[in-house]
Write a protein that binds this ligand. Structure first.
Ligand SMILES: [Ca+2]
Ligand SMILES: [Ca+2]
Length: 241
């Protein structure tokens, strides 16, 4: 009888300890993922991108790129997982630029869907640090940004910086989504992301659902030229709640 009671007590203690532990584990998990995020994560789908044809293959040997450049991969990029129902918001946006010679007709080609590597598909902005800005019209939740500067040859763009803000002058609530300006030569802060080769896949940036109405894309020439080129920019998001 006593033996049986002792066994039952031990079993009870173990069961209580186990349930305490699993409760703790659930509590720890809940700290990093809220219930709504968990529901969102379960519904994620691969972001579908329409890529242009590649214009070159392999890493060129004659480009001096330095140590901060991601090596070119010969495999297709793994898809980014995003919430369902996102749209490319770029075609409906209002475009402006630090280069006042870039008229709205010229800038419109950044969002016209033409991502070819041919010269006719590329627009040029003057040299130095220049930006293109998109006004999305209202606050949006932005999950992915894809930039094609120019993929007519393997080149590396300098000081690629993507920022979002609540106002057109980039004073209110400015947040940096991407920055690979390691020496801060563009003066927006030291970037910790790596430089990369321009390819037909474009540069896919995870914007993690950041909420903003305005986006700026900075660059400061490339390994090929001091000029700044743009072929296409896509911004995937949905209206902010
Ligand atoms: Ca275009
Ligand atoms: Ca730099």
């Amino acid at each position: 009888m006593t033996n049986n009671m002792n066994t039952t007590r031990t079993w009870l203690r173990r069961t209580m300890a186990l349930s305490l532990l699993s409760g703790l584990a659930i509590a720890v998990l809940n700290l990093s993922v809220t219930p709504s995020q968990a529901a969102d994560n379960a519904n994620l789908e691969p972001l579908a991108l329409k890529l242009p044809a590649p214009a070159f293959k392999g890493t060129p040997k004659d480009v001096d790129v330095g140590p901060n450049v991601e090596p070119l991969s010969d495999k297709p990029r793994p898809p980014m997982m995003v919430p369902p129902g996102l749209k490319n918001l770029a075609p409906g946006s209002k475009l402006t630029s630090s280069d006042k010679n870039a008229t709205s007709d010229i800038l419109a080609r950044i969002t016209d869907g033409d991502k070819d590597a041919s010269d006719q598909s590329i627009i040029f902005l003057r040299k130095g640090t220049q930006w293109v800005q998109m006004d999305l019209g209202s606050p949006q939740e932005i999950f992915a940004v894809v930039i094609w500067h120019a993929h007519n040859m393997a080149k590396v763009y300098r000081d690629v910086i993507v920022q979002v803000a609540d106002d057109a002058d980039f004073i209110e609530n400015v947040r940096t989504v991407f920055n690979n300006d390691a020496d801060n030569s563009s003066g927006l802060g030291v970037g910790t992301q790596r430089e990369y080769f321009e390819t037909h896949e474009g540069k896919l940036i995870d914007a993690k659902g950041v909420k903003a109405r305005y986006i700026r894309f900075y660059s400061k020439g490339s390994t090929e030229s001091a000029l700044n080129e743009y072929t296409e920019v896509e911004v995937y998001g949905r209206p902010a709640k």
